[in-house]
Design a protein around this ligand. Structure first.
Ligand SMILES: [Zn+2]
Length: 101
């Protein structure tokens, strides 16, 4: 994996403020940092996710060091949990129909 440092600008949808999202590779792994309040608290913010979404080269680097696979596992589980949530709602509706008068 190649070493790199790339910075992107991300505009806040709510305040219009501009944040900087930086990805740094030391040749073995990739680290991301965003200057927004969430990013400063080391929380995965939507600006970092948006950059991953929009930049193929970043996704490629994340795949090379094994991080993209973890993110994809999260997305898969999220999708499954949404499906289970919908099923739970529909079973609750059925129970309501049968129980309540
Ligand atoms: Zn951010």
């Amino acid at each position: 994996m190649e070493k790199f440092e790339q910075t992107f600008e991300a505009v806040s949808e709510t305040t219009g403020e501009i944040y900087n999202v930086t990805f740094v590779s030391d040749g073995e792994t990739v680290k991301a940092q965003c200057t927004c309040p969430a990013g400063q608290k080391l929380t995965l913010c939507k600006h970092v996710l948006k950059c991953i979404d929009e930049h193929t080269d970043i996704r490629y680097a994340l795949t090379q060091c094994g991080l993209m696979q973890i993110y994809e596992e999260h997305l898969l589980l999220l999708k499954e949990s949404e499906k289970i949530k919908r099923e739970a709602k529909s079973v609750k509706k059925k129970f309501e129909r049968l129980l309540l008068r």
